[in-house]
Design a protein around this ligand. Structure first.
Ligand code: S3P
Length: 455
């Protein structure tokens, strides 16, 4: 059994079983958006004065960002349901006394590396076994061009990984950087470094990725423009040495978390649910479109805008799904949702093909091989390619499962754990995953919420 170190606390792995129950019915909400929660804390910590955040995700990843910002001088407190952040101003972060442990959170480490890069401080970042395997070169390269210095552990295959020390430079050098991989984390790290850098920092994004950083930077008063060039690349220009004004922020429900009850309701016969207050930003909502194309009965009610972000209540009914070819171009808009899409594909009629998913191999786990391995345990017919899975679905027949089956490995990956929890609802006689605790990183209360929908 593995154990999971987070913020110095050892969490023992907790196996959990999921078996077919009743139809999923009723209304529910999911916790706040993880990406928006990280950014709310970070930008509030850089504003001058007091910001207030409602709906913040209180998952381990976001709490790791909060702890890191506190260690660098911001005051962050929770009263009732509201989080209050007293910011230190752009350029005001202080030298932390100790190394900062970011647990499982790739977003925390990459965004905070950007933040530190243009401050005159040195910070050492550590993480759990999963985070320590993930490549950091993609952030180190542009931030080094801005003048920051890095010392990182090199993995056996030559990648710069945690533990990692950053020595920031103030004033840093503004850069123009064309993203070699579609990564909102890399884009955001550069923009955050640019906030405390004189002149204009520019990021060119050939393939659009989630745009929460741009939206929120503008909301806090930064001078940021987005243009599109002849090739349809987005050119994001940020004028540095900004002064950010404190804000009141409402974080919408996370579409990446809503994905689990949505897919479960599509797959379990008789289900009819509404997930209220979910972010449906087009840079995030690819899964819902693909599921609709597979025949999923998903509709968006009460569409509205909250804090610059599109939000809706999502109504989902059990549907017969048909396999499709998922175009590689949609990958960035549903990059975290492929594990649960693979479960939907395993129950669809016919074959679902995915491609262009190299990035999935370097998420919290190698999500292509981890999903392929678990689906094979459930008797699903599939081919694992270098950049995707080809899955032949059961046409709605329950997947195999049962007490004599080995526990499905989740590899410290919250989305693998929750995807197989959904699969358990559509097996013949249930399944066990080796560890449900990773769900706490992004979706506290996941198992209880799923149970409540089925009762
Ligand atoms: C995130 C961006 C995505 C996503 C991650 C959160 C963010 O990563 O997978 O869970 O908040 O910016 P990449 O930008 O590296 O694709």
């Amino acid at each position: 059994m593995t154990s999971k170190p987070t913020n110095q606390i050892i969490v023992e792995a907790k196996p959990a079983s999921f078996a077919p129950g009743g139809a999923l019915t009723g209304r529910t909400t999911v916790p706040g958006d993880k990406s928006i929660s990280h950014r709310s804390l970070i930008l509030s910590a850089l504003a001058v004065g007091k910001s207030q955040i409602a709906g913040l995700l209180e998952g381990e990843d976001v709490l790791a960002t909060a702890a890191a910002l506190r260690a660098m001088g911001a005051t962050i407190e929770k009263k009732g349901d509201i989080w209050t952040v007293h910011g230190v101003g752009v350029g005001g972060l202080m030298q932390p006394d100790t190394a900062i442990d970011l647990g499982n959170s790739g977003t925390s480490v990459r965004l905070l590396m950007g933040l530190v890069a243009s401050h005159d401080i040195s910070v050492t970042f550590t993480g759990d076994a999963s985070l320590s395997r993930r490549p950091m070169g993609r952030v180190i390269d542009p931030l080094s061009d801005m003048g920051a210095e890095f010392t990182a552990r090199m993995s056996s295959d030559g990648k710069a990984c945690l533990p990692l020390a950053v020595r920031g430079l103030c004033p840093a050098v503004p850069i123009e950087y064309r993203l070699p991989v579609a990564s909102a984390q890399v884009k955001s790290a550069i923009l955050l470094a640019g906030l405390n850098t004189p002149g204009v920092t520019r990021v060119i994004e050939p393939v659009p990725t989630r745009d929460h950083s741009e939206t929120m930077l503008k909301g806090f008063g930064a001078d940021l423009t987005v243009e599109t060039d002849k090739e349809d690349s987005r050119i994001i220009s940020l004028t540095g040495e900004a002064e950010l004004s404190p804000q009141k922020i409402k974080v919408p429900g996370d579409p990446s978390s809503a994905a689990f009850p949505v897919v479960a309701a599509l797959l379990v016969p008789g289900s009819d649910i509404v997930v209220e207050n979910v972010g449906i930003n087009p840079t995030r909502a690819g899964l819902f479109t693909i599921l609709q194309q597979m025949g999923g009965d998903i509709s968006f009610k009460k569409k509205r805008t909250v804090g610059g972000e599109p939000v809706a209540d999502i109504h989902v009914k059990h549907s017969k799904l048909t396999g499709i070819d998922v175009p590689a171009e949609v990958a960035p808009s549903m990059i975290d949702e492929f594990p649960v899409l693979f479960i939907a594909a395993a129950l669809a009629e016919g074959t679902t093909t995915t491609s262009g998913l190299h990035e999935l191999r370097i998420k919290e786990s190698d999500r292509l091989s981890q999903m392929a391995e678990g689906l094979r345990v459930l008797g699903v017919e599939l081919t694992e390619k270098e950049d995707g899975l080809i899955i032949t679905g059961s046409g709605g027949e329950p997947l195999s499962g049962g007490s004599n089956m080995s526990a499905i490995e989740t590899a410290l990956d919250h989305r693998i754990a929750m995807s197989f929890a959904v699969a358990g609802l559509v097996t013949a006689s249930g399944l066990t995953i080796d560890d449900i605790t990773p769900a706490e990183t992004s979706f506290p209360g996941f198992a209880d919420l799923m149970k409540a929908l089925a009762s």
